[in-house]
Write a protein that binds this ligand. Structure first.
Ligand code: SAH
Length: 228
């Protein structure tokens, strides 16, 4: 089954962008997933193709209009479309690997990219848009955020990662950060690779990696351990 992504944006030229290369790009070429963009401006009704207006109540910036966004969403995701409708938004629930996995197990996603100050609240409510944040900082638009989300999802689709095991050992999958990695040369600027990794003792290596992961997680992200 093909994972279908539809992105609503004022900048369709930004896609596939990074998603056209490497793992995601190859998978796109092979039809493992599909990507359509919808130009929000095509749903404007006036001569100037206006998509935004000044904020009610005053203040800086512009707001994407509810009527235009509703038409774009209804076109991209008609009734009965089983795909979740996402709005990239710094006010959204922070994206997690667990949510990424759920999305990858589903039929696809319809993703609205905000611009300016954001989107009229009424269309968010009326169309049941799920707000998703990629972190506590402000981007100038939702396009990069949508690419981040899709990159994380696409690499989990069946057949995309060559070595399927690598998906399961990574940071967050186990509720911890991942252990450090090493490769040749055996010595770099006077620093050797930890002995245990050359021991050939797979049980010892697994124990060492788990201990390293735990130590790193305690030091850098104790919140991950508290969640358990
Ligand atoms: N005024 C808004 C920020 C608007 S930024 C506020 O203070 O909450 C413009 C657009 O960029 C947003 O509508 C959203 O689509 C996108 N965006 C910005 N930061 C983001 C983030 N951290 N995660 C996801 N999308 C983001």
């Amino acid at each position: 089954m093909t994972f279908r992504a539809t992105v609503l944006t004022l900048y369709p030229e930004m896609f596939p962008g990074t998603l056209g290369l490497s793992l995601a790009g190859r998978a796109l070429g092979e039809g493992t997933w599909s990507l359509d963009t919808v130009q929000i401006r095509d749903f404007a009704t006036d001569r100037h193709r206006t998509v935004d207006d000044t904020p009610a109540g005053g203040g800086a910036g512009m707001v994407l209009k509810a009527d235009i966004i509703a038409k774009a969403v209804d076109h991209a995701s008609p009734q009965g479309d089983p795909r979740p409708r996402l709005l990239m938004s710094p006010r959204g629930r922070p994206l997690t690997q667990a949510r990424v996995r759920e999305l990858a197990d589903g039929p696809g996603a319809v993703i609205l990219c905000g611009r300016f100050e954001g989107v009229d609240q009424r269309v968010i409510d009326a169309r049941g848009l799920e707000e998703v944040s990629i972190g506590d900082y402000i981007l100038s638009g939702g396009e990069l955020a949508a690419q981040v989300l899709l990159d994380a999802v696409v690499r989990l689709l069946p057949g995309v990662m060559g070595n399927m095991a690598s998906g399961e050992e990574e940071s967050f999958e186990s509720g911890m950060l991942e252990h450090p990695h090493y490769t040749r040369p055996a010595e770099f600027e006077g620093m050797p690779i930890p002995d245990v990794l050359s021991s050939g003792n797979h049980k010892k290596i697994a124990e060492w990696r788990r201990a390293q992961a735990l130590e790193l997680t305690r030091a850098r992200r104790p919140d991950l351990l508290d969640e358990k």
